[in-house]
Design a protein around this ligand. Structure first.
Ligand code: ZN
Length: 160
């Protein structure tokens, strides 16, 4: 069975940066299962997997535009220290959920001074070229329930 729209696809993958640093891997665990054509995974990887079959392996490099997007410097903001009421110590690298006009998003603290805190709401992998080493471990039809939910149920998918 070929990978195409509304197929449930299971993959084992290793994701590395340009310098070879491993960012993520399914090795040693369940393969990742996703519903093809529903934006469950980044666009560049979904496109690369189109038409593949179980047992196929592929290596694909994905530019930020087809991955987690390019960095947007407007998402870097300097806010008063007082915006973090109730937080005893704020340090670079800490993550917070911030409420914005488009709902809550994850921000990371990049710099702290006595009065102000610099936060960055870019995705941690924004602007990063991604290198995937992928093996297709399974392809099957989606159930009606999975299609209604827009995601995969069971091993490697959602449990609810
Ligand atoms: Zn569901």
């Amino acid at each position: 069975m070929k990978i195409g729209h509304q197929k449930v696809v299971s993959i084992h993958y290793t994701l590395t940066r340009d310098d070879g640093t491993v960012l993520d891997s399914s090795s040693g665990g369940d393969p990742l299962a996703y519903l093809h054509g529903h934006g469950n995974i980044i666009p560049g990887l979904e496109t690369a997997l189109e038409g593949k079959v179980e047992g196929d392996t592929l290596q694909v490099s994905i530019e930020p535009e087809q991955g987690y997007g390019v960095r947007d410097e407007r998402l870097v903001q300097v806010v008063p220290r007082s915006a973090f009421k109730g937080v005893e110590s704020i340090e670079p690298g800490m993550r917070f959920q911030a409420q914005g006009p488009e709902g809550s998003r994850s921000v990371v603290v990049t710099e702290v001074t006595t009065d102000v805190v610099t936060i960055d709401a870019n995705h941690p992998l924004a602007g990063v070229t991604l290198h995937f080493d992928v093996e297709v471990s399974g392809v099957r039809e989606a159930t009606e329930e999975e299609l209604a939910h827009g995601h995969v149920h069971g091993p490697g998918g959602h449990h609810h």
